[in-house]
Design a binder for this molecule. Structure first.
Ligand code: SIN
Length: 275
């Protein structure tokens, strides 16, 4: 919109940038859209503060970047199936995203990105960590990169979703899909590691023992601190991450306090590997 004076401040050299000087509830002109999209490509996750968006405005902002995704299992805001509820309090037995993952990677076409708005926070804690999966790929040795580039893995929603949101899900079928272990980002063309501990059940071309050992190594590798940034939320902050190049981990260090927000998720395309 005219009058925006967008400023982009990197959080680390590797991942994350905070953007100020914009009201995301307002209509966005194409130059501003291009700047935000490029900031997302460059930084993998972008953050905004002091954004008072209602559900319709959050939907409208997300829809600028693509069709919105409906979560296969998690509860949504009544009347807005594309707005997922993120909530934890003294009665919670889990929180969304409490381990490193890329959202719904068990879909045949996993989400391109997710936009989370937090409106209620504990006094301290409830940060979210984000990690750069290009950096995770690039830090591996050439022989390991070469081997991983030839492999595919099964991502299985059953592992996470069965019984998580309701005990009454016997009749439900959760998504599962095979994806390349290294995926080529469709926009940047860079290679990113694409396995995660929430959904990746096994590497298809290896024996069970080989697959378990390699996945254990990769899940630990993803946690390398130098690949990551940590975002300290404030009321009405927003985070927009690229699920194709980043993983995230929501820290549940605030029990029994309350943390709440809403997420809209943008549809993506089928992961591919191209050397
Ligand atoms: C998620 O979408 O995985 C939850 C992230 C968060 O609550 O910080």
């Amino acid at each position: 919109m005219p009058g925006n004076t967008l400023q982009i401040h990197k959080l680390t050299p590797v991942i994350g940038a905070e953007i100020s000087g914009i009201d995301l509830a307002a209509p966005m002109d194409s130059a501003t859209f291009d700047t935000i999209h490029q900031a997302l490509m460059d930084n993998l996750v972008i953050f905004f503060r002091d954004q008072s968006l209602n559900h319709a405005e959050q939907i409208a902002f997300g829809a600028r970047f693509g069709k919105l995704h409906i979560h296969p299992a998690a509860p949504s805001v009544p009347g807005h199936p594309e707005v997922m509820i993120i909530h934890a309090d003294a009665n919670s037995t889990y929180v969304n995203g409490e381990s490193w993952h890329s959202d719904v990677s068990c879909d045949e076409e996993p989400p391109m990105g997710s936009i989370l708005h937090i409106n209620t926070l504990p006094e301290f804690g409830g940060d979210t960590m984000f990690a750069n999966m290009y950096a995770a790929f690039e830090a591996l040795s050439t022989p390991m990169q070469t081997m991983l580039s030839q492999l595919t893995a099964l991502h299985d929603g059953e592992m996470l979703y069965r019984g998580r949101y309701t005990s009454n899900d016997q009749a439900r079928v959760y998504p599962k899909a095979n994806h390349p272990v290294i995926r080529t980002h469709p926009v940047t063309k860079r290679q990113a590691l694409f396995v995660n501990s929430f959904f990746t059940a096994r590497i298809n071309e290896l024996s069970r023992g080989e697959s378990d050992a390699l996945l254990a190594f990769l899940f630990r590798h993803i946690e390398t601190p130098e690949f990551a940034c940590r975002f300290r939320w404030q009321k009405n902050a927003m985070a927009f991450w690229d699920n194709r190049s980043a993983q995230h981990h929501a820290l549940w260090d605030y029990f029994p306090q309350t943390r709440s927000g809403t997420r809209v998720t943008i549809q993506g395309d089928r992961p591919f590997y191209k050397s």
